[in-house]
Design a protein around this ligand. Structure first.
Ligand code: ATP
Ligand code: MG
Length: 419
């Protein structure tokens, strides 16, 4: 711990330390396992903070986490900018509902007053103090503290108080060991649960718009996702692989350590066509993809598959066809976008920064060998018969075993090896 904290501010010595205050989400509602989940979230926060290359210190607190940056030789402005960078980076970590830039001061009303005065100026306009105590033993109540700070800020800057419609809000949070003061309520975090809390999954990642959003939604519910992409090679070029790589790299900031497995699927698609799949070609392909994903999941100790299916969006996503896809594997297939409209998925993809990558042109393997009419009510028996002709389980095992692995991580760029 870096106590004691500075009490009063001067030009050279600002009142308190700039810090990032992270408000934890659902994890604090957990019962007996809460501390284990909080530790996992702290690990994830530490890993993300390390990406900045800054010496970050993490202080766990009740329902919040505090991040400090060792000031080293930095000027006050450089130090504040470094803390901003950390805030920006950790805002990608699922499990945090709010990211606030704050000043951490000693646990006295005087220190809170000094920080509030320093964070405001005569240009701050009408203001309101919003005080709360996480430590009820603090000798001054929240409303008393608000009055004390309000009076001193008024005196220092000559500002009017307006509790209903203030131009500036001064937030004061009394914690167990210190007080946090800030004037912006911060940025929303990703919400959800810490990655890893719900286990591991294999996300089927096309180069399209839906699958990266689906993977993100499941990461946000605590699932660590590894990715599987089927290219049409050797019947197509490698463009879809570049897209999958870029998409996984973009999503890696939410979980770290992402692995992408790539399977050239063109010859298998041809084999299905030769075995007379005809109108069932797309469904037979999708089932073989799922079987391959299940075989890979076994190798990776993953307990679920994730796809970007949205009910009724394309022919393979009608209810009878979804039922026929579920029949292909024993693992649960998680489809977080099932009830989403395309416009909603696109808006989320834009927010995540994946939309522009997904919209790049490529030749999707699914469009290869697509029959003129696609079956919308595939019969499971017919699909099983086609699969029986070419030993689909064996093919899936082989494809999973020979998948090429890439690590499109932020931290460890482009190290490549095979499965
Ligand atoms: P997306 O926009 O993600 O490509 P889509 O709307 O094109 O999805 P489909 O092509 O029917 O829908 O695919 C549904 C889901 O199947 C995808 O979201 C993805 O999870 C999986 N999938 C489809 N093609 C591939 C592929 N080439 N590699 C890996 N997974 C795939
Ligand atoms: Mg698509």
């Amino acid at each position: 711990m870096t106590d004691p904290v500075t009490v009063a501010g001067t030009a050279e010595q600002p009142a308190g330390e700039p810090c990032v205050l992270l408000k934890l989400g659902e994890v604090v509602l957990k019962g007996r396992n809460r501390h284990q989940f909080e530790r996992l979230l702290q690990l994830n926060i530490r890993a993300a903070a390390r990406d900045t290359g800054l010496p970050v210190e993490l202080l766990p607190r009740e329902g919040v986490v505090v991040l400090l940056v060792a000031p080293q030789e930095l000027t006050a402005a450089e130090h504040a900018a470094a803390v901003d960078r950390v805030a920006e980076r950790v805002s990608d970590v699922p499990g945090i509902v709010r990211v606030c830039r704050a000043v951490r001061v000693a646990k006295t009303p005087e220190a809170a007053v000094a920080a509030a005065i320093e964070l405001t100026s005569p240009a701050s306009g009408a203001f309101a103090v919003r005080a709360r105590r996480r430590d009820k033993r603090f000798p001054v109540t929240s409303s008393e503290l608000a009055v004390i700070i309000g009076r001193e800020v008024q005196k220092a800057h000559g500002l009017p108080v307006n509790l209903k419609k203030p131009d500036t809000e001064i937030f004061v949070e009394v914690d167990q060991r210190e007080v946090f003061v800030f004037t912006s309520s911060g940025q929303p975090g990703q919400g959800g649960l810490p990655v890893g809390m719900s286990g591991r999954a294999v996300a089927l990642m096309s180069g399209g718009i839906d699958s990266p959003v689906a993977a993100y939604r499941m990461m946000r519910r605590g699932l660590r996702c590894h990715f599987l992409h089927f290219s049409g090679m050797p019947l197509t070029g490698p463009e879809s692989i570049y897209k999958a790589y870029a998409l996984v790299r973009g999503l890696d900031r939410f979980q770290g350590g992402s692995r992408l497995f790539v399977v050239p699927f063109g010859k298998t698609q041809q084999a299905l066509a030769s075995s007379g799949a005809d109108r069932l070609q797309v469904m037979a392909q999708r089932r073989l993809m799922l079987k391959t994903a299940a075989a890979l999941a076994k190798r990776l100790d993953a307990a679920a598959l994730v796809t970007g299916d949205s009910l009724g969006q394309v022919s393979s996503q009608t209810l009878p066809n979804i039922t026929a896809l579920d029949d292909a594997v024993r693992l649960p297939i998680l489809r977080p976008l099932l009830g989403w409209d395309k416009t909603e998925i696109m808006a989320e993809a834009r927010r995540l920064g994946t939309l522009s990558i997904s919209e790049l042109p490529d030749q999707d393997c699914c469009t290869l060998l697509t029959p003129r009419r696609v079956e919308t009510r595939a019969r499971i028996d017919d699909l099983r018969r086609i699969e029986g002709r070419l030993d689909a389980e064996e093919i899936a095992e082989q494809l999973a075993a020979t998948a090429q692995e890439y690590r499109p991580e932020l931290r460890r760029p482009a190290a490549e090896r095979s499965c």
